[in-house]
Design a protein around this ligand. Structure first.
Ligand code: ARG
Length: 580
């Protein structure tokens, strides 16, 4: 049980005693520590409903509450109840966390199955910075929810059946260089695609591409074989990127996986009256998809936000993105028994997902479907990030540059590190920096990609956290033997010690909050605050030079801090080097 949960149950028991009925009594961490560690406005909410005096009710509740030796409670302002936790409670919490492999994090999954749909690049098109955001945010949400006890299924819904295959098939037959394909399949497919695309104004080219696509869709053996090879080499190329990013998928059910289901799905929608034919196309109309007056995403609304229907079969018989997504959703709900599906996809697809979710619910598919949207990444000129030649920046280039820059910084800071270790550390630091810069943003805002800021050792960065961890580990390297923290009795006398343990106790409270609105930046903020508290502690309180039993107590605090830091970073998909 976290401190918040403990306080909430004691508080609602007190309300029960005073009011004679059980009421909701939420507790939150105090924003201002001068007033205490935790706070509740439940007395104000209850007094308002009952038209009584909030301060008087708060006082009655405080008189009735049994806090045991947790701490004390008092009233502030118009009727807030503030809780001050005793140092002994924090000490006991830290000891319990040290003995717990989950570090005090509750299991809130309750047997629920969540499908996380993220990354999902399109075959033979570049994986651009938008896919970086999806990959990094999705991976972190999957890790966090798994740690919180959900059954998590990650699925890479790659775009492997789009109209781009018309151009790719034509290019494959006329322009392909097999050696280049073997060396770098993604780059070669992209080159071929771009070259055909550049000639599409020339007479006949588009017709040829269209004919190739129609043949593929009709099951032509030659085109299917080429298509299959495209998919295979692309997947292998993508896998290399995911390995480097330490990202894993349980499944890769791309769009093509659902091809066979599409015709009958459209018939079913027609039969059930969920869709109708309009101007030759099969459309799903829905009032739900009208722009609501109060739209939290208003600033991001794309042009064309209307009550346009979602088309699931074109006049020429072709199926669309929406058709595949409905079939995919059905599969996840029916086969995988998903209770929730999270789609980590950019803001421009907002209308698409509203339409899909609404249609799915009317179709009878039960579950919580969430579009976890994110804004764009901007270059330092605040324009959409592009390479010098004007193309979207690819993920590979970004990772390569981050690692190179990290290597230079490490060579300067720690020139004695052996070459192979320096290389490994640069990889961990560079990639960690990119991930952290991404995850520390409010996901809905556009953010500026600033190299120097994300790689700085001081500041709100991954290297700062990794370095904090390294510093703690170096304390333990100075000991003669291993240090066993479990069972050590903690004594918290200094303010800096109390503050550090206060933050450590919050780990299990912050993680569930991340999932309230799918915001990993709550975790990044927490880890930064924890690291700052550690540095203040380390400045104010000698560790190795202290006398026993304070020395062991402080070492145990260091140990717990390093575990929470590395576990927290691990949940963001970021590794910690031993030295840097
Ligand atoms: N391939 C799509 C794109 O790159 C993203 C797919 C997201 N997932 C989904 N189920 N629609 O835009």
């Amino acid at each position: 049980m976290t401190l918040i949960q403990d306080l909430e149950s004691r508080l609602s028991a007190a309300f029960q005693q005073v009011l004679g009925e059980s009421v909701d009594a939420p507790v939150v961490a105090a924003a201002d520590l001068r007033f205490g560690d935790y706070q509740s406005n439940a007395a104000m909410a209850q007094a308002k409903q009952r038209k009584t005096n909030p301060r008087a009710l708060a006082q009655q509740v405080i008189d009735a509450i049994d806090l045991g030796d947790l701490g004390t409670a008092d009233i502030a302002g118009p009727g807030f109840i503030n809780f001050k936790i005793s140092p002994a409670t924090f000490a006991a919490r830290a000891q319990a966390q040290l003995a717990d492999t989950r570090l005090g994090v509750p299991d809130i999954g309750a047997g629920k199955t969540v499908v996380v749909d993220f990354s999902a690049p399109n075959v033979a098109k570049p994986m651009h910075v938008g896919h970086i955001r999806s990959t990094i945010i999705g991976d972190s949400l999957a890790r966090i929810s798994r740690f919180l006890g959900f059954k998590v299924i990650t699925d890479n819904h790659i775009g492997d059946w789009g109209t781009q295959f018309g151009m790719i098939l034509h290019g494959w037959k006329t322009l392909l260089n097999e050696d280049a394909l073997a060396a770098d399949p993604i780059a070669e497919l992209l080159r071929v695609y771009r070259e055909v695309n550049a000639t599409k104004e020339q007479p006949g080219v588009l017709d040829t591409c269209k004919a190739e696509l129609v043949k593929l869709q009709a099951g032509d053996a030659e085109n299917l074989a080429i298509w299959q090879r495209c998919i295979d080499v692309s997947k292998a190329g993508l896998q290399k990127i995911y390995d480097r990013l330490d990202v894993h998928f349980d499944h890769w059910l791309g769009e093509s996986y659902f091809n066979d289901r599409l015709p009958s799905l459209v018939e079913e929608f027609l039969e059930k009256g969920l869709a109708r034919v309009s101007e030759g196309a099969v459309c799903i109309f829905s009032d739900e998809t009208k722009a609501p007056e109060q739209d939290p995403f208003k600033i991001h609304r794309e042009e064309g936000w209307t009550d346009n229907p979602s088309i699931i079969r074109k006049g020429d018989g072709g199926f669309l993105y929406a058709t595949t997504d409905l079939a995919t959703l059905e599969y996840r709900v029916d086969e995988w028994k998903a209770d929730e599906i999270w789609y980590v996809v950019g803001v421009p697809q907002q209308l698409h997902f509203r339409q899909i979710f609404d249609a799915a619910h009317r179709w009878g598919k039960k579950g919580e479907f969430r579009h976890i949207a994110f804004g764009s990444i901007l270059g330092e000129d605040r324009k959409l990030m592009r390479t010098r030649s004007g193309e979207n920046v690819g993920l590979i280039e970004v990772l390569g540059e981050a690692v190179e820059r990290a290597a230079a910084a490490i060579a300067e800071k720690n020139p004695d590190l052996p070459a192979d270790e320096a290389k490994e550390v640069a990889e961990i630091v560079g990639i960690g920096a990119v991930k952290f810069a991404e995850l520390s943003q409010n996901r809905l805002t556009d953010y500026v990609f600033a190299w120097d800021r994300m790689l700085a050792l001081q500041g709100d960065t991954a290297p700062y956290l990794q370095y904090s961890h390294v510093r703690i580990r170096s304390i333990f390297r100075k000991l003669d033997g291993p240090f066993e923290a479990t069972g050590v009795e903690l004594h918290l006398a200094e303010d800096a010690e109390v503050h550090l343990s206060r933050l450590l106790a919050r780990f299990g409270e912050v993680l569930p909050q991340v999932l309230d609105d799918h915001r990993p930046n709550l975790l990044t903020n927490y880890l930064l605050e924890l690291a700052r508290a550690f540095h203040s502690f380390f400045e104010a309180c000698p560790v190795l030079k202290a006398d026993e039993p304070v020395r062991s107590s402080r070492l145990a605090l260091c140990e717990l801090t390093s575990r929470v830091l590395s576990t927290g970073l691990g949940l963001l998909g970021i590794r910690c080097p031993e030295r840097m």
